[in-house]
Design a protein around this ligand. Structure first.
Ligand code: FAD
Length: 342
């Protein structure tokens, strides 16, 4: 049953009160197929998971299809590897907790990322030195226009930093990811796991807790506590996580900026590419903690913009001012990470 003029406030972590012309939550592929077949004439579709990477700055004149398909199945197990097929509507962090309980490793660094499993490949979610593509095997998706089903393997998804084929014009907004298959390590098989600890504050936190022998559960706990310290809980302060991607520039460009700003935080990606810390640049320009027209830059994390009453539109307006300032000072364009509807 399609809901009409549905308020999306509880379906996006920025708590935008935008209305969807039509809304439909599907809990099976059959229901999705029903919705696609019987959707109101001439209305476009938008696929929504938990709404943690979208900004609704205005109402949506589309049918919003909300993915709540559930299910986690072990589909294969060989030596120390285990293949797990997960339905698109499963919440990402509940999958992480499930995998840890089962004695599987691979997802611990991606603990506490909000959102659904179906959305995870769209921007190749990543955190603390690990990206979805490190454990990704394949996905199944349904084409909105035709109902056609496809499977894509890792190569076909064309993953990169916060990028996949689903961000390109040929695929964007045209497919519903109904399941994702991941390849994890089964610790029960006596496999030695190499944990990624070199990123961010992980090593300092391990030392602080005096942890000598790591397990996926301990690693996940460490990540959760670092994230809870650094990022505001969207249930308390509505936000979409990092609002901007860290820009990738040439090493030459990076040197140019460093000449002017010797403390510039940057990471070398290769001989000729560098990633710049967008949060550092925003902070340098005095934006951290600043409020403007019902939106605010978070007090502790300059990359996070919060809705303090002005809704999605206020957050987008604030983001534009920050973009202009950063461009002016550093000559760098900050690309937004979430999908924005104006
Ligand atoms: C506090 C906070 C912290 C965050 N931290 C991180 C982080 O560390 N790393 C990171 O990478 N991201 C992070 N994010 C962003 C976000 O959690 C991820 O991008 C997540 O994968 C979005 O999932 P979602 O279900 O909320 O997607 P939505 O916001 O609902 O949708 C995002 C995009 O995916 C599309 N989409 C959603 N589901 C499907 C589907 N089944 N099939 C096809 N397309 C689909 C939508 O159409 C839209 O284009 C954070 C967000 C918040 C609020």
């Amino acid at each position: 049953m399609f809901k009409k003029q549905y308020c999306l406030v509880d379906n996006n972590t920025l708590a935008s009160e935008a209305l969807a012309a039509y809304f439909y939550a599907f809990s099976s592929e059959e229901q999705l197929s029903e919705a696609l077949t019987h959707r109101p004439d001439g209305v476009g579709c938008f696929v929504l998971g938990s709404g943690s990477n979208v900004v609704f700055a205005s109402d949506m004149d589309t049918l919003v299809l909300h993915n709540v398909i559930q299910g986690i199945d072990v589909v294969d197990q060989v030596d120390g590897s285990v293949w797990v097929k997960v339905a698109g509507g499963v919440l990402w962090h509940s999958l992480v907790l499930w995998s840890i309980k089962k004695g599987y490793s691979g997802l611990e660094n991606l603990s506490l990322i909000p959102g659904t499993v179906g959305a995870a490949p769209i921007q190749n979610i990543g955190a603390y030195g690990v990206e979805l593509c490190d454990v990704f095997e394949s996905l199944d998706a349904i084409e909105i226009k035709t109902g056609r089903r496809i499977s894509l393997n890792k190569g076909q998804c064309d993953f990169a930093y916060r990028h996949s084929v689903f961000k390109t014009p040929a695929y964007a907004g045209q497919w519903v990811v109904v399941s994702v298959t991941l390849k994890l390590c089964s610790l029960k098989e006596g496999v030695g796991v190499e944990f990624k600890t070199e990123y961010g504050e992980i090593e300092a936190e391990l030392a602080r807790r005096n942890i000598a022998q790591l397990t996926p559960e301990l690693m996940s706990n460490v990540i959760v506590s670092i994230r809870q310290r650094k990022l505001p809980d969207p249930n308390v302060l509505p936000n979409v996580g990092s609002f901007f991607k860290n820009p990738i520039v040439s090493t030459r460009e990076c040197r140019r900026i460093k000449n002017k700003f010797p403390d510039l935080v940057n990471y070398s990606l290769s001989e000729d590419k560098c990633k710049l810390a967008a949060g550092w640049m925003i902070d340098q320009l005095g934006w951290k903690g600043r409020e403007d027209g019902g939106a605010k830059v978070h007090d502790q994390q300059a990359l996070v913009l919060t809705n303090v009453g002005g809704g999605g539109k206020a957050v987008v307006d604030l983001s534009k001012k920050i973009q202009a300032d950063v461009k002016d000072a550093f000559g760098v364009f900050l690309e937004p990470e979430p999908l924005i509807f104006i």
